[in-house]
Write a protein that binds this ligand. Structure first.
Ligand code: 5GP
Length: 194
């Protein structure tokens, strides 16, 4: 229905730890600029190469507390029992008011909060081709300590079981194929600069 297709909407992309959500997000940012990402706030320190305002808003615990007190978050969560991450309501509202379809790349806890608050959002689960593939990605990345890897593996098992809660599952088998499938679900017509 043409009238519905023109209403900007929120798409939530979630999935297990290390399934490749952030790699897919980076790829989409670089290749399909018509997709608008919500930039989350986090108390996690920036990794080398990450840019404040592009990858995340890197803020202090105190600043996060202030935003919480202002009720500024659409959703927020402590991820991997460590750092806080949150989607700012104003960021999403501004994008929608601008007529943009917004993509939220967040964790499962956050996705559940959005489901309760924003009935119109659609929920996409990014799944690995297999559990073994997921374990390989998790260990292969090698940027986290062993303790952190165990923590993430445990989270991944719980998160994989959440797939039925989602509207759509996309298998992250090949990055451009997965990106195109996601973008098609967002109702965005593709013009590529690749
Ligand atoms: P990383 O620290 O590797 O960038 O992200 C860790 C996890 O935090 C990923 O699963 C990512 O989806 C999640 N995340 C990033 N931003 C947000 C957010 O705004 N809210 C929630 N709930 N999770 C987020």
């Amino acid at each position: 229905m043409p009238s519905e297709a023109s209403v900007p909407q929120v798409t939530v992309l979630a999935g297990p730890t290390s399934v490749g959500k952030s790699t897919l997000s980076r790829y989409i940012r670089a290749t399909y600029p018509q997709v608008h990402f919500s930039v989350s706030a986090t108390t996690r320190p920036a990794r080398p190469g990450e840019v404040h305002g592009e990858d995340y808003l890197f803020i202090t615990d105190h600043q996060f507390d202030e935003l919480l007190a202002e009720d500024a978050f659409l959703e927020w969560a402590v991820v991997h029992r460590k750092h806080r991450y949150g989607t700012l309501l104003a960021t999403v509202e501004e994008a929608l008011a601008d007529g943009k379809n917004v993509l939220l790349e967040i964790d499962l806890q956050g996705a559940r909060q959005v489901r309760n608050k924003l009935r119109s959002a659609q929920f996409v689960f990014l799944a690995p081709p297999s559990f073994d593939d997921l374990v390989e990605r998790l260990i292969g990345r090698g940027t986290e300590s062993e303790e952190e890897q165990q923590r993430r593996l445990e989270t991944a098992r719980i998160e994989l079981a959440a797939e039925p809660e989602f509207d759509v599952t996309i298998i992250n088998d090949e990055i451009d194929r997965a990106a195109r499938e996601l973008i098609a679900h967002m109702g965005i017509e593709l013009t590529t600069n690749a």
